[in-house]
Design a protein. Structure first.
Length: 279
């Protein structure tokens, strides 16, 4: 009686390892980024070669620096405000806890565009009247530019959202670390500063970076205050020349370029943090 052989009768029907690796690479490749890159390059070519688009870009270009300045200044202020509000939300002090919660819920319950108008035309003048009434200083409301009011509005608005991110980051750190720090003789402030916050901020860095990308886009809302960012300059150009296509295609590409670059940096940051945790 013949024995059945378990040896393979011919070549396996699975693809070679090289084809497997190639297929995996093709699946992981960021085709969406290639599409955005082609759109940006096509738009850049049109702006360079087409006289109307080139004129629109040169008119709008000065607003880029205003957009960058407002975004950076507002976000830096929002980080400080959000950190304080986030710590206040976790405070056992009834006054600070409720004050932080009131601020967060108030801001998150009103549309951003309405908040920008409210802070610029109600909030800032009210604070100045209070300061002048207490005799702390003698400030003129006309001396506060719309650019500064826009920065305050964005900082206050985004501070409420960042507060929740900081709160979640702090709560992600086990209470045992605080207890260990206190057992070493640290005060509550020292434990928060040297032990808890460095770890919490590291955990929420990607979320903070994503919010900065969102702020760059939302900075376009300050154009309602006649701030000369790229959105406002595009509106002025379109209104004076009636070349709406050139104006709005140009600012769309400018915002797209900024946000895509920032998104790639965020992804690189996330990969670096993930690699650091795996070590």
């Amino acid at each position: 009686m013949e024995h059945l052989s378990l040896e393979p009768m011919g070549p396996l029907l699975t693809p070679p390892d090289d084809e497997n690796r190639l297929g995996a690479r093709l699946q992981r490749f960021s085709w969406w980024f290639l599409g955005l890159l082609l759109i940006a390059l096509s738009a850049a070519y049109i702006i360079i070669t087409n006289t109307n688009y080139n004129e629109a870009f040169n008119f709008i270009k000065p607003g880029i620096m205003m957009t960058v300045n407002i975004s950076l200044t507002s976000y830096g202020s929002a980080l400080i405000l959000g950190l304080l509000a986030g710590i206040g939300r976790l405070s056992k002090n009834v006054f600070f806890n409720n004050l932080a919660r009131l601020y967060i819920e108030f801001v998150r319950g009103i549309p951003m565009l309405v908040l920008i108008f409210f802070i610029a035309f109600v909030g800032v003048p009210t604070v100045l009247d209070l300061v002048n009434g207490l005799g702390i200083a003698n400030l003129d409301i006309q001396a506060i530019s719309m650019e500064n009011r826009a920065v305050v509005a964005l900082a206050v608005t985004y501070g409420a959202f960042l507060a929740e991110i900081f709160r979640a980051g702090i709560q992600s750190i086990g209470s045992g670390q605080t207890e260990a720090a206190r057992s070493l003789g640290m005060t509550q402030f020292q434990a928060m500063r040297f032990i808890i916050l460095p770890q919490a901020i590291r955990n929420v860095l990607p979320a903070l970076a994503n919010d900065f990308v969102a702020m760059v886009k939302d900075s376009s809302l300050v154009s309602v205050l006649a701030v000369r960012d790229i959105t406002q300059t595009a509106r002025l150009y379109a209104g004076s020349t009636f070349r709406f296509r050139e104006a709005y295609v140009t600012i769309s590409i400018l915002y797209l370029s900024m946000t895509v670059v920032l998104s790639l940096l965020v992804q690189a940051l996330e990969r670096r943090l993930s690699a650091g945790r795996e070590r």
